[in-house]
Write a protein that binds this ligand. Structure first.
Ligand code: GDP
Ligand code: MG
Length: 202
């Protein structure tokens, strides 16, 4: 069975978390979609080939707006292998929140690796957001890597997920697939898998 890596997204509301995931999952080339697996019906799972040719399943956990109140339930991050902490070039405050997100993640998942993503690189950066500032933020949360992305142009998005499957420091953990009860799923209220048949769906 292919390895399964649970990938969570965190970051202030509006920074582009959902757009990054949608852009990645909508990519017509190279990625083979797998049906969601048991206990993670609400999450899209996607199979990617590592640079060494190994097949890796990513279970991607996006939020459905709960992050606005920072009340993501602990289950959300449980047994995540990696968490993508997203901030946005047009919002200085979203970078100031990165440390808070690190704290929230580590409350549940002490072994979770972090990646910092500076999204909306297609926009003019707000005052104070320089390359050095972003690298410093990455270091401040001990991020394995920092990526610059745009869900509009697609810049950096494939590289981000390819890095996750190739990175030796990110270990697969099947445990999150077991032990999720119905009430857990209800509590999570995570984003539904995008319905590809219904283009007009909100
Ligand atoms: P979330 O709350 O973090 O999930 O953010 P969303 O993905 O819902 O995006 C919030 C808004 O930012 C939407 O209007 C998106 O169209 C826009 N957006 C997301 N990513 C980008 C990007 O890379 N560049 C630009 N210019 N806009 C983006
Ligand atoms: Mg969202």
């Amino acid at each position: 069975m292919a390895e399964m890596i649970k990938v969570c997204l965190a970051g202030d509301t509006g920074v582009g978390k959902t757009s990054i995931v949608k852009h990645f999952l909508g990519d017509p080339t190279g990625y083979k979609f797998a049906r969601p697996t048991i206990a993670v019906e609400a999450n899209p799972s996607v199979q990617i080939q590592s640079s060494e040719g190994k097949l890796v399943n990513l279970s991607i956990w996006d939020t459905a707006g709960q992050e606005e109140f920072r009340n993501l339930v602990p289950l959300y991050f449980r047994n995540a292998s990696v968490c993508i902490v997203v901030a946005s070039y047009d919002k200085y405050d979203s970078f100031q929140s990165v440390g808070d997100w690190q704290d929230i993640i580590f409350q549940t998942c002490t072994t979770c690796k972090l990646i910092l993503v500076a999204n909306k690189c297609d926009l003019t950066p707000s005052n104070g957001i320089t390359e050095d500032f972003i690298s410093d933020k990455g270091r401040s949360i001990a991020a394995l890597e920092v990526f610059k992305t745009s869900a509009v142009t697609g810049e950096g998005i494939k590289d981000l997920f390819q890095y996750i499957v190739d990175c030796k420091d990110i270990e697969a953990d099947q445990n999150f697939l077991t032990g999720l009860k119905d009430e857990d799923k209800e509590q999570l209220n995570i984003a539904q898998e995008p319905n590809r048949d219904n283009k007009n769906c909100c």
